[in-house]
Ligand binder design. Sequence first.
Ligand code: SF4
Length: 694
Amino acid sequence: VIQMGQPEHSKITTCAYCGVGCSFKAEMQGDKIVRMVPYKDGKANEGHSCVKGRFAYGYATHKDRITKPMIRAKITDPWREVSWEEAIGHAASEFRRVEAQYGRESLGAITSSRCTNEEVFLVQKLVRAAFRNNNVDTCARVCHSPTGYGLKTTLGTSAGTQDFKSVEKADVILVIGANPTDGHPVFASRMKKRLRAGAKLIVADPRRIDIVKSPHIKAEHHLQLKPGTNVALVNALAHVVVTEGLIDEAYVRERCDLADFEIWARFIAQEVNSPEASAEFTGVPADEVRAAARLYATGGNGAIFYGLGVTEHSQGSTTVMAMANLAMATGNIGREGVGINPLRGQNNVQGACDMGSFPHELTGYRHVSDEGTRQIFETLWGVSLDMEPGLRIPNMLDEAVGGTFKGLYIQGEDIAQSDPNTQHVTAGLAAMECVVIQDIFLNETAKYAHVFLPGSSFLEKDGTFTNAERRINRVRKVMEPLSGKAEWQVTIDLARALGYEMPYSHPAEIMDEIALLTPSFAGVSYATLDKLGSVQWPCNDKAPFGTPLMHVDHFVRGKGRFMLTEFVPTEERTGARFPLILTTGRILSQYNVGAQTRRTANSTWHDEDVLEIHPFDAENRGIKSGDLVALASRSGDISLKAEVSERMQPGVVYTTFHHAETGANVITTDYSDWATNCPEYKVTAVEVRRTNYY
Ligand code: SF4
């Protein structure tokens, strides 16, 4: 409920939508919010905001909020409201029953990028210390896990290289697989300001996104590639750099592993990587690629910004490494105005990854097999830890159907709507015997749950989020949890019921433990954050005020590592039955599966998902804007309205995934990134035809 009027008091907190991490002053009357005012001293937003952060917070007090714990014996039974004590006791005894029947590896958890660092840290700690395995994964699995893999492999750490401010020094901006105007609007404004001041723009995207041509901005090159061919395109850019002598030789000699570089340079110079050869796959004219490569390599500071259009592919990790190769070869890492910058989707996707919620890594990206690291945790936590990596989300679902994975604790994540191939996800959930959901709404996944533990919105939390530039921002509680219990307390109670004590009385103490265990967070505390406003990790003795730019004198891994990035076409193929490629994305006013934004006035700006289709493909099928169409793939079919649009290229269609009624992920495929299992959401072979039925 949004009540307007004069504020009586206020608190500074952080937006819970995208990875820009804008700071807001929450103005209150008593315990009611009057308005969210963009905070002028917020370092990520400098007083700016978008329609989500500014207006879309009413979901926090929406009538659909579930505020009482609930349990049921079977997923076909009605929910029964119970006390916190009974719900947590039931969840714990069911987890222990499953463990006794199927073994220690039968349990696991999924953490959420919507939650705070402290909440995520506790869930992975519960898995490792109370479940005694490493079966913890995070929703970053389905978005930016290739960023983690690709940047760590080439540069040494799983994070973007710059701060947002750095874009003000960029001369050439390469946007690849990202739609900043819709996805990261406040950062997009900063980027556009720089472009209006004269920086050059290259956009690589299958769709003509707004930034390609907007007031006073026109991309020098729009490389309108076919979905699934990023690696071919980035390799072609690098081919031009290598074969036309545009390498920054001094930088490569000083900063990079020369043996790897020489092998890579020979590989990339091969004809198969030329713009002419790659055009066969990408559809981008070779001349355009050559001109773009020359501009990026010789135009001054070259900065790369990318998003899920890079990562959500079968070669997502390969593309991230290909971009790192390109940036290193041209000397574009390690100073202001350059770098490789993942535009993170969710508010705390960086933090959820930092907090050790991957099945192979403890906090700060240290492998579970590293004995020295494990010992530090074991000493503090008083348990012995498993040294074998655990299951990823898709493996959990596979093992649920065909094996013995039977108990799952899901923190703030609606995998039945957001993960690919919905049928596979729901089959996995239905095969489990104890699914415990911690969330604020009864979402699609809750249909398969046995225990529902009410969660809290960001307005009810104390904690921290880490944004796309590694900036740790404070989240401050402005109202009491509607359920009467903060999420971190719920996890502690569940751990206690499982027989493991976690002794904290405030999230600040959880952060103190994170700092104790994690070298890149060693200098982080709530006192530091209150004093500095926010801080970018690494923050420790060497960098007490944080680190805006990474890899300045040397790469985190020492020498930069060039990786061979062979282009391998996706196995998802078009053909006579499914001749078009579907790719997906977000729109400004809505957010992911819409659980929050659709429960606010923002829903009036985009109340359904529509299918964008090129006039050529539309005419061939007798489709006009507004027609209802059936969209079918090898996985399933859905129906939605068509919008004929020249944003699309012939052969490619596009939709958003904000509405459960449309269910875009009913038709996405099972293919995923070879290194991380990040799903290939961005390429699905489909056919479209007019229909009369939803
Ligand atoms: Fe929130 Fe992102 Fe909008 Fe900022 S740009 S207000 S973080 S949704």
